[in-house]
Design a protein around this ligand. Structure first.
Ligand SMILES: Nc1ncnc2c1ncn2[C@@H]1O[C@H](COP(=O)(O)OP(=O)(O)O)[C@@H](O)[C@H]1O
Ligand SMILES: [Mg+2]
Length: 256
């Protein structure tokens, strides 16, 4: 589905080059869920921006279903790290926006929007504006909008970071269920190792900036997964320990 070939990205701050991503190679299969985890500021969002076609790589290629990505890729739904709801639209109108652009009639738009709004637990808040919502609610509205867009590939950048533990579990369950029903390919950036192992078929641990792949771990936990109970299995613990062992090196060298 997505073939990332020797991708690097360097930004320029005045005269100073900032290497954000260095030589990442990754092939993502159709319907695969890949989680990317790594220290803050290492280059994870930059990688997603390149997959979405928002940033051009400094070198290397991204091939999506056989064609080189050379501009915004509309086959992917992208939930960015910073929520980008339109401030002058209420929750319903924000969530329904992709359907409006697609020219879907109002009655159908509303019915479908209300259904995903219920899924993310925002029913009762349809008429609220973004500045009347908590950070976690805004994130859920963004998630609902992306789910409604229904792209074959979903890019999620720390989508559940602002949610409490219970809500996070509900959203994990929702994303797994919908990804499976809609046969979606998912690339998830997270700093939550528990979340990465719970959701993914494969977890990539990135180094500190510039991001390179430090460890690639297959997650062979059977599906469908029970997002709460899967974490209490010994297979889960072994995978978690292996990944943490590698991840902690990046954190230790960073600050402590
Ligand atoms: N548009 C940009 N212009 C300049 N520097 C950027 C830009 N986007 C990201 N960076 C820099 O690239 C590095 C990686 O950022 P980012 O990909 O956002 O990290 P992460 O998502 O892993 O926290 C950081 O040093 C950041 O300051
Ligand atoms: Mg980021």
């Amino acid at each position: 589905m997505i073939d990332i070939r020797h991708i690097s990205k360097t930004f320029h701050k005045g005269d100073t080059p900032v290497d954000a991503v260095r030589d990442i190679n990754l092939t993502i299969a159709r319907r695969e869920i890949v989680a990317i985890i790594g220290p803050s500021g290492c280059g994870k969002s930059t990688l997603l921006n390149m997959i979405a076609g928002l940033y051009a790589p400094s070198s290397g290629d991204i091939v999506y279903k056989g064609s080189a990505v050379s501009g915004v890729n509309t086959d992917v739904g992208y939930m960015t790290q910073k929520d980008n709801l339109l401030p002058w639209r209420n929750v319903h109108d924000n969530v329904a926006f992709p359907l409006e652009l697609a020219g879907i009639a109002k009655a159908e738009r509303t019915e479908r929007a209300n259904q995903v709004i219920r899924h993310v637990g925002l029913d009762g808040f349809e008429d609220r504006f973004p500045n009347e919502l908590s950070g976690g609610m805004r994130k859920r509205a963004c998630l609902a909008r992306m789910l409604l867009y229904g792209a074959e590939t979903a890019l999620l950048d720390e989508p559940f970071a602002a949610l409490d533990a219970q809500l996070k579990l509900a959203m994990h369950d929702l994303v797994l269920r919908l990804a499976s029903e809609n046969e979606q390919t998912v690339v998830l950036v997270t700093h939550d190792l528990m979340e990465a192992v719970t959701l993914a078929d494969r977890v990539l641990v990135c180094t500190r900036r510039p991001a390179t792949v430090a460890l690639e771990q297959r997650i062979d936990l059977k599906r469908p997964r029970d997002v709460l109970n899967v974490r209490f299995t010994s297979e889960f613990k072994d995978l978690y320990d292996t990944l943490w062992e590698r991840l902690r090196v990046e954190y230790r060298e960073e600050r402590v």
